[in-house]
Design a protein around this ligand. Sequence first.
Ligand SMILES: [Mg+2]
Length: 172
Amino acid sequence: MSKMWKRFCPALHLQKLADLTPDVLQARGLKGVMLDLDNTLVEWGQVQIAPETAAWVQEMKNAGLKLCIISNALEDRVKIVGEKLGIPWVARAVKPRKSSFKKALALLGTAPGETATVGDQIFTDVWGGNRMALFTIWTRPLSQRELFFTKMVRRLEKLVVKQLTKKGIISD
Ligand SMILES: [Mg+2]
């Protein structure tokens, strides 16, 4: 696969966060998980945590996995969710830039090779995670609501996903 496509390619593709189980991570030697906020942990622009998501976080913690939030959103909302879930966070992350991923690694206390990152966007979550050599997990967005800008980016994302699917790298 060319480098051009490799950077956008998730290591794992899931329908939703709840489909990720501790053994999937631990079988790969993964000890820490960075979580995107909008449309991954909560619906876009929200702070309400679905019971299923709260239960998932607890299950991960019980399994001994370290968690943190890494979000491009502003501090106030990220903090609310982080405090509710009892996990640390990096806000205004400017993904796919590397600096915030480095901060998140410091919070988790894990090395890149033992860290996964989960998010719903190829050009921020997956590309950023791949730049840091993390185990990248791509999920479907929790809701259809999102920024107008994101909706525009999704069109490009669709083209990339179509290519990755055609190459047999990811499946629907
Ligand atoms: Mg997101």
